[in-house]
Design a protein around this ligand. Structure first.
Ligand SMILES: [Zn+2]
Length: 149
């Protein structure tokens, strides 16, 4: 009995370490990408500006808008990773929202912000499809009811 508890605790710790490493690696990658992009945008914004005519400069503007949108997206992902790391500290990261089981590490690696295990996610999707189907059916019968009135 005592051994089982010990093994479980050890497994939890190694899972914690693995997930932490995964999140921190991703965080580092994003930070580097954001910093590089910011530097690029600033560098490009500074030069070239004067020599461009109107048409070209608006193309640069569009390009910059896209770059900024990308930076923004990456920053939002960074925030999510920070939140995930906080949840990991609290011991709630990586547990399924529905059934409380641990979400597999493979799944978290592919979808770091998954809140449900694979089974629950699939069950939810099936339920949603069913819900949509029923709503459609209800909608059409209500329509039919109105027309006959
Ligand atoms: Zn689940």
């Amino acid at each position: 009995m005592a051994t089982t508890t010990k093994t479980k605790a050890a497994a939890k710790t190694s899972r914690y370490n693995e997930l932490r490493k995964m999140l921190e690696e991703r965080r580092r990658e994003l930070m580097t990408a954001v910093q590089d992009k910011m530097r690029d945008v600033r560098a490009e914004g500074g030069k070239d500006r004067d020599v461009l005519d109107q048409g070209e400069s608006s193309e640069v503007d569009i390009q910059e808008d896209i770059e900024f949108a990308l930076i923004q997206m990456k920053s939002e992902t960074l925030n999510k990773i920070d939140a995930a790391l906080r949840r990991l500290e609290e011991g709630t990261y990586g547990d399924c929202f529905e059934c409380g089981d641990e979400i597999s590490q493979a799944r978290l690696r592919a979808l770091p912000f998954a809140v449900r295990c694979k089974d629950c996610e699939e069950a939810r999707e099936t339920a949603e499809q069913r819900e949509r189907f029923l709503a459609q059916k209800r909608g059409s019968s209500a329509l039919f009811f109105d027309m006959s009135n």
